[in-house]
Design a protein around this ligand. Structure first.
Ligand code: PRX
Length: 656
């Protein structure tokens, strides 16, 4: 990966570090806090022993491990490798055995108004039966199952049932297109796909199964033997030989399932994420290390008291946040949580805040884009609710600007709640950098400190550590339990993508600044990955979708700063000679927006498609995206003297 210097500078420019206001933990919070400074002491005394201790304390091992970390095949780590456990049993059965079967695991709120309360005992029973159901469809250890479901309890049940069997789930966000789904099914060689007829969105059914049907007509999906369909939307669906209704299979399956113990390095899931190339990467996570860090971070960063907290992470299970902080972390810790299928403002503005009040949510974890959207809608909406139950707020997915941080704390947190800004990635599996509530003096806008057990460093272009006050690239220097174990089917790409820019260090694309007190301010991506509403999108992937359209000759995509979504996709497109004849630019742009939506998914649709006669290229043919970003953000266009055609930017600026 090459990191253009100008991109790094830009990341610095756009995020000023403003540390005037700080928030030390309140005595009331400290009095009952889970984390204390002893955690940092223990981890710095012996990091590897610290993780072993955490793992033994947080998980139930059927066969205790004797080896904690094997780094001999770096960067492919093995954690707790000779230990054995069952991930689902750790998230379910053991809580029931400990006498907590009556505790609510999930308060479910459907987008169509239905609700379900599911206890740990019920969830355990459902997962056992679902494990038998999947085993009956031929799913066994190591098989891949693609999950394409709305955010409903069956999604959680399916993931845990797959884990229980030692099989591997690959959850595909329901907003991805048939083509994205097809590519993921093919890459993973999935045996079964679990989907629903449809999900609910704003009072209407949005069909899902048709996308599965379309995907399975495509090339490379012959591995799929069955499609299991949850009845959710009640919409009509086409039916084939390989399709099975969830409710029929579930009812017919045996109720009890004895969990088998699997070695700690058994793959747990594959999750595809965008990178700097056109093809998404299947990030592989395994069992023991991943679950250790999921439970540890969830407990300490969110100050979890399972006997009294009601936790709510608003992420969809299609993203890593949903995996680690909706499914594995909270359930491993035996916590009660809210699962909500809908959007923040349906059917009325302030629906989220109503849910906080009606369930007495104590800890809320969401993305800055949602906070900024709430700010825009106006403080009178949350102010009309109580929100008294909230005692801790979390942020994830993108840098949170200090203004949004302050608003979040004042308006949602009543000037009282700590806010944890958590930096991590699909590849890191769990939170890496965050304040510890009750310990850290909070700085609005900064992720602040590597968690105890994590070692991060900011380095310059040559890989040298920067001094406080400096900025550069965020790297991780020591292996951590939840780290990705590779890219599915492509070990070389794993090494090349993350471990080659700075040998011996993990680097996955973020720039950061170290302030005078040694706190980390993550500044955003320094590569060609965009962050739209906290979702990771690749410029290369969208460009490749655009040039896949017969009317497109060339395309360049940039992420432009956007007040609400953080960044927005802006595409510059040259049409082919045939396509450009007599074409209406507005309808061409609309068609191309929809085309990207169809090829990748609605989240990737450009905010704007600009039809241009030429792109700003250097004499050697390199597209200068920096200039396109200037145009997209309405800034003065930078230096154009190195362009083959120095006048092109004036034309483009005019076209915008
Ligand atoms: O750029 C960083 C940003 O999100 C990227 C990871 O995206 P993804 O793998 O989809 O995971 C998102 C949820 C963990 C990072 O490379 N990012 C995530 N959290 C933060 C952040 N940027 C700044 N501050 C954060 N707290």
């Amino acid at each position: 990966m090459t990191i253009p210097q100008q991109d790094q500078t830009r990341a610095e420019d756009t995020r000023e570090h403003t540390a005037e206001t700080t928030f030390p933990p309140s005595p009331e919070f400290i009095a009952d806090a889970i984390a204390d400074s002893g955690l940092h002491d223990a981890a710095s005394a012996d990091r590897v022993a610290f993780w072993a201790e955490q793992s033994r304390a947080l998980l139930e091992w059927r066969t205790p491990f004797t080896s904690t970390l094997d780094w001999s095949d770096a960067p492919f780590a093995r954690w707790f490798a000779d230990g054995e456990l069952n991930v689902a049993e750790n998230c379910l059965d053991r809580h029931v055995r400990a006498g907590n079967g009556d505790r609510v695991a999930i308060h479910f709120e459907g987008a169509n108004g239905d609700t379900r309360t599911i206890t740990y005992a019920q969830l355990t029973a459902d997962v056992q039966r679902a494990a038998n159901m999947l085993a009956g469809l031929g799913v066994g250890q190591g098989d891949r199952v693609v999950v394409y479901l709305p955010l409903i309890p069956e999604a959680v049940v399916t993931m845990l049932a797959i884990a229980r069997l030692g099989a591997i789930h690959s959850v595909v966000f329901g907003g991805f297109s048939a083509e994205s789904l097809r590519a993921r099914i093919e890459d993973a060689g999935a045996k079964v796909v679990v989907t629903a007829d449809g999900g609910w969105r704003r009072g209407a059914v949005s069909p899902l199964k048709p996308a599965v049907d379309e995907a399975l007509q495509g090339e490379g999906t012959e591995s799929v033997e069955h499609v299991l369909v949850v009845q959710r939307g009640g919409n009509d669906v086409a039916w084939t030989e390989r399709d099975r209704w969830w409710h029929d299979e579930f009812a017919a399956a045996e109720p009890e399932h004895e969990a088998q113990a699997f070695p700690a390095e058994t793959p747990l899931f594959i999750l595809y994420t965008s990178g700097t190339t056109g093809k998404p990467k299947g990030i592989v996570h395994t069992s023991g290390g991943y679950l250790t860090q999921a439970a540890y971070t969830h407990k300490n960063v969110f100050d979890m008291h399972p006997e009294k907290d009601v936790y709510w992470c608003t992420a969809d299970i299609g993203w890593i946040t949903g995996h680690t902080y909706v499914v594995y972390g909270p359930l491993a810790n035996g916590v009660t949580q809210v699962l909500y299928e809908g959007t923040p403002d349906e059917p009325q503005p302030g629906r989220w805040w109503d849910l906080v009040d009606s369930y007495g949510v104590t800890v809320l974890y969401t993305a800055p884009t949602a906070v900024r959207a709430a700010m825009k809608a106006g403080r009178q909406i949350p102010e009309a609710r109580s929100l008294e139950s909230l005692r801790l707020l979390g942020s994830v997915g993108e840098p949170i600007n200090p203004e949004a941080w302050q608003w979040y704390r004042q308006v949602i947190g009543h000037d009282r709640t700590p806010i944890v800004d958590t930096w991590w990635q699909t590849e890191t599996g769990g939170i890496m950098i965050s304040a510890l509530p009750g310990v850290t003096k909070l700085k609005p806008g900064a992720a602040q400190t590597p968690l105890p057990g994590i070692v991060a460093e900011i380095v310059d272009d040559d890989g040298h550590r920067v001094d406080p006050g400096g900025s550069g690239y965020l790297t991780i220097t020591e292996p951590w339990p939840a780290m990705a174990r590779g890219i599915w089917g492509d070990p070389d790409r794993f090494v090349e993508t993350y471990w080659s820019r700075f040998p011996g260090r993990y680097f996955a694309g973020d720039g950061a600044r170290l302030d005078g007190e040694g706190d980390i301010w993550v500044q955003g991506r320094v590569d060609d990955v965009m962050n739209v509403s906290g979702h990771r999108l690749s410029t290369a992937e969208i460009e490749s979708a655009l040039v896949g359209h017969e009317g497109v000759a060339e395309a360049a995509v940039v992420g432009a700063a956007d007040e609400t979504t953080g960044q927005a996709v802006v595409a510059f497109v040259i049409l082919t000679t045939e396509a450009s004849e007599g074409v209406d630019r507005v309808s061409a742009a609309t068609e191309l927006r929809n085309w990207v939506g169809k090829r990748i998914g609605a989240i990737a649709k450009p905010r704007q498609v600009v039809i241009v006669p030429e792109l700003p290229k250097t004499r050697s043919g390199k597209i200068m995206r920096r200039l396109l970003r200037d145009a997209a953000e309405g800034r003065r266009i930078g230096d154009t003297t190195t362009l083959a055609d120095p006048t092109i930017m004036a034309t483009i600026a005019e076209l915008m």
